[in-house]
Design a protein around this ligand. Structure first.
Ligand code: V47
Length: 391
């Protein structure tokens, strides 16, 4: 790998900006994406990560419910949605089935349920409220991280309520925070090609602005590796950084690596491991006002999730269980990891595992004690293939 003297100098100027806490601009971000010395880039992102979190890597005990995959939107990258209720593999869960997902896990120390659906043609608003209510009824302490900004915008249009009204009613029914999905790529050129018929970038951002005003914490994402340019990725990060400057309501940024199976963009290759690592590092450096950068292990694989912890990442999501959106798009990761497996993944990356709740309250911190059934010998390579898949 050859790095020109001019590029080394520019990298050094950016390093000084980062150390002096000067926000990076679009050109800096694009330059970093193309900077050939991957390890220097990772090391700078790691500096920021360790400055904020030391050796800590966060995880939680959660599971997913996707109450329906019936969806009026026709996103080109999506393998999960079914456009009409009667189509093969289309489903909509009853409230009993939704409750049952929690009842099945009554004995597990789950603290969060992640709930995301399609934009169903005719389910009433009451069904969404009841989804939250039945889960809260079953376990009042559970945190419900539910409904993307795209869903909130859809409820606003379909049920003729303001964002504020929609969110207030959902909060009364038990909504605790919002996931970051639906952001895709904000830039209008790419967004038009990816998902022309759902909330625009401005609408997505306005929903989050409203949620923050109501006191909800939310997450944010970026889908990368389809048809977007590097400039559009950095532009996406800057729009999030601007809103964070205004509200401070985002908890984390989660880059989502494109999976091509079973969707209209199946001809595109997946992003490479290097692209994944660059994206984590650049986002850690651009998003100087975000506390956390999360690697969703389901999507990039457990091995990259380990390395990502040295490229700016301080959070690897949770046990997950029953993930559908990526597995329908070809993800070959397990559908669940146990608490001990997550701890091992973090330990062997040389970090200290910290179990958190959804709002990053620390519930437990690893003191290195031996875990039942888990070897802590760092010389034993970690293999996803050895993880049991619990259906
Ligand atoms: O909005 C859909 C993306 C998102 C594909 O907030 C795809 O904690 C890649 O937002 N390839 C949903 N990406 C998932 C999501 C999420 C996941 C984990 C944690 C959190 C959080 C949020 O998945 C969608 C879309 O951007 N997506 N299909 C695909 N084929």
């Amino acid at each position: 790998m050859t790095v020109s003297k001019a590029d080394r100098q520019r990298f050094s100027t950016i390093t000084s900006k980062v150390r002096d806490r000067v926000p990076l601009d679009l050109d800096d971000g694009v330059f970093l994406y193309h900077y050939p010395d991957l390890l220097a880039l990772g090391s700078l992102a790691n500096e920021v990560r360790e400055d904020r979190h030391g050796d800590r890597t966060y995880f939680n005990i959660n599971f997913h419910i996707n109450p329906t995959n019936v969806c009026v939107a026709n996103c080109r990258f999506c393998s999960f949605a079914r456009l009409e209720p009667g189509m093969p593999n289309a489903y909509t869960m009853s409230l009993d089935e939704i409750r049952g997902k929690l009842v099945e896990r009554k004995d597990q120390p789950v603290t969060e349920i992640h709930i995301v659906s399609g934009l169903h043609h005719d389910q009433p608003f009451e069904w969404y409220l009841d989804t939250l209510r039945v889960l809260k009824e079953e376990k009042p302490s559970i945190h419900l991280k539910a409904f993307t900004a795209v869903e909130i915008h859809y409820f606003h249009e379909r049920f003729a309520m303001s964002y504020e009204e929609v969110l207030t009613k959902l909060m009364e029914a038990g909504l605790g925070s919002m996931p970051g999905g639906g952001a895709e790529i904000f830039h209008p050129r790419a967004r038009k090609k990816l998902c022309d018929d759902k909330a625009t970038a401005e609408q997505w951002l306005q929903v989050h602005r409203t949620a923050h005003k109501l006191g909800l914490r939310t997450n944010s994402t970026m889908l990368y590796g389809t048809i977007e340019t590097i400039e559009e990725r950095v532009d996406h990060m800057l729009r999030l950084r601007d809103l964070q400057e205004e509200t401070g309501g985002f908890q984390t940024f989660i880059p989502l690596s494109f999976h091509p199976d079973g969707n209209k963009m199946a001809k595109l290759p997946s992003p490479t491991g290097v692209d994944d690592l660059r994206t984590y590092a650049v986002s850690r450096l651009m998003l100087n006002n975000f506390d956390h950068i999360k690697a969703y292990w389901i999507m990039i694989g457990v091995k990259t999730a380990q390395i990502a912890q040295s490229f700016g990442v301080d959070d690897i999501d949770g046990t997950v269980q029953e993930e559908k959106i990526y597995h329908m798009a070809g993800a070959d990761t397990p559908q669940v990891m146990t608490r001990n497996q997550l701890i091992r993944l973090i330990r062997e990356a040389g970090r200290t595992a910290v179990e958190r709740d959804t709002l990053y309250k620390v519930l437990w911190e690893d003191d290195g004690a031996k875990l039942p059934g888990i070897r802590v010998d760092a010389s034993v390579p970690f293999s996803a293939a050895r993880l049991p898949v619990i259906q």
